[in-house]
Design a protein around this ligand. Structure first.
Ligand SMILES: [Zn+2]
Length: 146
């Protein structure tokens, strides 16, 4: 059921919302789910579901399984899929060893916002990756200027 993703398309205004959310959540890791479609190797972000990091940790995140289930049901009802999992890091925008494990089980786009300087959290630091065919590859983030 999963697809290889080369590009994930997201609105610039949504990137701003993710940055604002991460500022609000700091110093804990922030997390969110993206609902959209995957056509060919291109994924969309039609809607962002901001989640609570129930770990309340600055080195890990967990999403309430009940919330996750609700998001899956919502996507299915709208004939869509979960295209991405977003979270922030207190360091660089690269997957941690724990992320790698979860990425293997959830082969969607993983969008990571590294926070090297809490006073300067910026959307340009977002990177996307996918676990595909036994390796991690970078996914291009295509920004729509709306
Ligand atoms: Zn992580």
């Amino acid at each position: 059921m999963s697809s290889e993703i080369h590009v994930i398309t997201i609105r610039d205004s949504d990137l701003d919302k993710l940055v604002e959310f991460t500022k609000k959540t700091y110093p804990y890791e922030s997390c969110a789910l993206f609902i959209g479609n995957i056509n060919g190797h291109k994924a969309t972000v039609d809607e962002i579901l901001f989640a609570e990091n129930i770990d309340y940790s600055h080195v890990s995140f967990s999403i309430n399984p009940e919330f996750l289930y609700q998001v899956y049901m919502k996507a299915e009802k709208e004939n869509k899929v979960i295209t991405g999992i977003f979270h922030s890091h207190p360091t660089v925008s690269a997957p941690s060893s724990v992320d790698l494990k979860y990425m293997e089980y959830n082969p969607v786009a993983w969008i990571i916002l590294g926070v090297l300087d809490e006073t300067n959290i910026k959307k340009e630091d977002m990177r996307a990756y996918q676990y595909w065919e036994n390796s991690i590859k970078e996914v291009k983030i295509e920004i729509m200027n709306i």
